[in-house]
Design a protein around this ligand. Structure first.
Ligand code: PFF
Length: 467
């Protein structure tokens, strides 16, 4: 077994690694999906369930991926085969997740970048209109241009390599992102507004809506649904079971304390998600009551711009800060996806970084254009197995996140728990000479609890199981 770290590069140390991994984990999922699910799934109840899952499931999956990466020193496409003969298929399957996600992540990054320009050029009121967002994404030129710009910035960082690109960008972006979100979350608590009917609401009341567990109409079926919502959010949020953390793990030096790093990544990711809810839910509550909250994906692009427009003079400033922060979050995540694709390809084709990045960039520029045009020229309503309909972007998202990820997590926990044994991972965590915390928990989780839950999640997201 190789004890060298990946030829693709290395992080300088623990901080660089933690910030880069947190950069991957903290993304649009934290900013809109977590607050949206919290609002939909009973506020404090969802938060509580999520927190419990982070320190159990999240911890297990993150530890597995990162340790596999560091131990094998290679990316997913080779890592599983190196772990156990005959399991190479799992590596190939895992490789497909970033390959698919990359087709649309820069498109979302492009949408966010458009809103930075929106607030810079003073279109705050226009952005509050119902047609502004759809008008933009169904265009044929503008969303293509923004997606390509975002793609090129991502490619530039990956091109510069692990230390000079990814780590450097994360060291700059992540602390800034944290400062911005703390600032807006605190500001949101001081908001107050009286609407046309004379009803006045405050940010603190909104905070209570966010944090109070809502147990009304809670049945076992609903509870399970909330549990699965939290579980799938957790996956997406921690960027696990898609090879990303395996690749990043392969760049970690042998003396880094993995146990501590993993805890720091969990805390960073969860803190940003929690603060995003603390900022978004009170802000929407103050200006439109509880109505605007069930908005799903449109929360970020439709409900929030309405809030910024209603805030008066400070609105554009907060709009700008919010979308710059969102673009930062999306950028470091997008970088991790492209890096994983490039790292895998470098191993498959024995090619060097720069050339591989350039070729991948050309391919993904074309893919992004096709995905963008899925809202106009190639528009179609496609029915998904879980009952919803969507465009090209939703299809890619569905296959990667709802279908492949739980399946990969299921197989990889079986491989660790029952084929190679949890010691494979726990020994790697402790190989730096630091004790692994939550070791007993890890063993129980990886052998018994996680495989069962992943199977349930997989059956539910493929529509085979309904609550
Ligand atoms: N973890 C990121 C988020 O929560 O938004 C999303 C993400 C990043 C998903 C990278 C997938 C991915 F490959």
């Amino acid at each position: 077994m190789s004890d060298k770290t990946n030829q693709g590069g290395t992080f300088t140390g623990q901080l660089g690694f933690v910030l880069a991994a947190a950069g991957s984990a903290v993304g649009v999922g934290n900013l809109w999906r977590f607050p949206y699910l919290a609002a939909k799934d009973g506020g404090g109840l969802f938060i509580l369930i999520y927190l419990i899952l982070v320190v159990t499931f999240g911890f297990t999956l993150l530890t597995s991926d990162i340790s596999i990466g560091r131990k094998t020193g290679v990316s997913s496409v080779n890592a599983y085969a190196k772990m156990k003969k005959g399991w190479g298929f799992l590596g190939i399957l895992t490789f497909f997740v970033p390959v698919l996600i990359m087709t649309y992540y820069a498109v979302i990054g492009g949408w966010i970048s458009r809103y930075i320009v929106t607030y810079l050029i003073g279109e705050t009121q226009a952005a509050a209109g119902d047609k502004y967002f759809t008008g933009f994404i169904t265009g044929e030129i503008s969303p293509v241009v923004y997606a390509l710009i975002f793609m090129l910035i991502t490619a530039f960082i990956v091109y510069k390599g692990v230390e000079g690109g990814i780590e450097k960008a994360s060291r700059f972006i992540m602390p800034l992102l944290l400062l911005m979100i703390i600032f807006i979350a605190i500001f949101a608590l001081f908001l107050h507004h009286r609407d046309a009917d004379g009803v006045s609401r405050t940010g603190l009341q909104g905070l209570a809506v966010y944090l109070t567990p809502n147990l009304e109409g809670l049945t076992l079926g609903r509870f399970l649904q909330i549990l699965l919502d939290a579980m799938s959010q957790l996956f997406f949020s921690l960027s696990v079971s898609m090879g990303i953390m395996i690749t990043y793990g392969s760049y970690v030096k042998k003396d880094v304390n993995l146990s501590k790093s993993i805890a720091q990544i969990e805390i960073f990711d969860t803190l940003v998600a929690f603060l995003a809810g603390m900022m978004i839910i009170p802000a929407i509550f103050v200006f439109s009551g509880t109505e605007g909250m069930g908005a799903g994906p449109s929360l970020m692009f439709i409900s929030l711009p309405k809030v910024f427009a209603a805030m008066g003079v400070v609105g554009p400033v907060f709009g700008l800060i919010f979308f710059v922060m969102a673009a930062f979050a999306a950028l470091t995540s997008c970088v991790s996806v492209l890096e994983t694709v490039v790292a895998n390809c470098m191993e498959i084709f024995h090619s060097e970084r720069r050339k591989t990045t350039l070729i991948a960039t050309v391919i993904y520029c074309i893919a992004s254009v096709i995905i963008v045009l899925g809202y106009s020229v190639f528009y179609m309503e496609i029915k998904l197995p879980n009952g919803s309909t969507g465009q090209l972007l939703d299809i890619m998202d569905y296959i990667s996140n709802s279908f492949l990820m739980p399946f990969i997590a299921l197989l990889s926990t079986i491989l660790i728990g029952w084929v190679v044994g949890p010691k494979y991972v726990t020994d790697e965590v402790e190989s730096s000479g630091h004790r692994m915390s939550r070791k007993g928990l890890y063993v129980v989780m990886v052998k018994f609890v996680t495989p069962v839950m992943m199977l349930v999640l997989f059956l539910q997201s493929t529509g085979l199981l309904n609550f």
